[in-house]
Design a protein. Structure first.
Length: 264
């Protein structure tokens, strides 16, 4: 009897593990004639860059970065495989060769450039601070946020986490998933969340009671870039060519508008 129970438990465990794997792996067959796949690493909790959305009853991976990744795959004459993991795992997966490139609304900081190579910036976006509307008259500047009673949140391993460290007196909460941060903000478990403006705009439109604080933070000329393994110049040249084409043709702007609209 014990053996039967053990076998049943093993089968159940394998089913659960298989289900988890499937939920974190997405494939896009872009052209039946393409030979094999190229693998993207991303963290699909960052709309409108990448997120999981119900479309006709099915969960689909969508976003600005996903559309750019498809264009890169086309340029390489490959179909696209996407591994969805926590943001703080992405660069390590890239360095270990588990993925071929990373698109995740990632800012090419000097520290990250020591580990991987980056494309040119494909989308410029400023950093902002989201707060509850009821606090808009009290959380008005850096000093009002930089208090021991204030709780500031940011995504673990992100540029926003680095920016949060500037608030030396405030309490900090670093969490892997953006939706969890926003839930805590809505429930008043934290007082402010640092995110990129397109992401903030989406939450303001979809989550009642949130506003963007009128506080300047970060580099106004910052933006997102594609990460590749250190020294992979040939691949980087292809990616930069795709980015140039998307920008000059106006297709990138069309993608941005479409994905922001899809997130409403």
């Amino acid at each position: 009897m014990k053996k039967i129970v053990a076998v049943v438990m093993l089968v159940m465990s394998l089913v659960v593990l298989q289900g988890c794997g499937q939920s974190n792996l997405h494939t896009f067959t872009l052209d039946e004639s393409y030979d094999g796949f190229i693998t993207l690493g991303t963290s699909a909790d960052y709309a409108p860059y990448e997120w999981i959305k119900k479309v006709d009853g099915k969960s689909e991976l969508v976003g600005i970065d996903i559309e750019i990744a498809k264009e890169i795959a086309h340029a390489m004459k490959k179909n696209l495989k996407v591994v969805n993991k926590g943001f703080d795992f992405l660069l390590e997966d890239l360095k270990q060769g588990k993925v071929d490139f990373v698109l995740a609304g990632m800012t090419p900081t000097d520290k990250r450039k020591e580990e991987v190579d980056f494309s040119k910036v494909y989308y410029e976006a400023i950093q902002v601070i989201l707060i509850n509307e009821k606090n808009k008259d009290t959380l008005i500047d850096f000093e009002s946020l930089n208090q021991a009673s204030v709780r500031i949140g940011a995504q673990l391993g992100s540029i926003q986490q680095e920016l949060a460290e500037d608030f030396t007196n405030a309490q900090k909460q670093y969490i892997q998933a953006i939706p969890d941060l926003m839930m805590r903000l809505g429930d008043n478990q934290i007082d402010a969340v640092i995110v990129e403006k397109p992401v903030a705009d989406g939450y303001v439109a979809n989550q009642k009671g949130l506003v963007i604080a009128d506080i300047v933070i970060g580099d106004p000329d910052g933006g997102s870039a594609v990460a590749v393994k250190k020294g992979d110049q040939a691949f980087l040249d292809v990616i930069n060519s795709v980015i140039d084409s998307l920008i000059t043709s106006g297709k990138l702007e069309e993608i941005v508008v479409e994905m922001i609209s899809l997130n409403k």
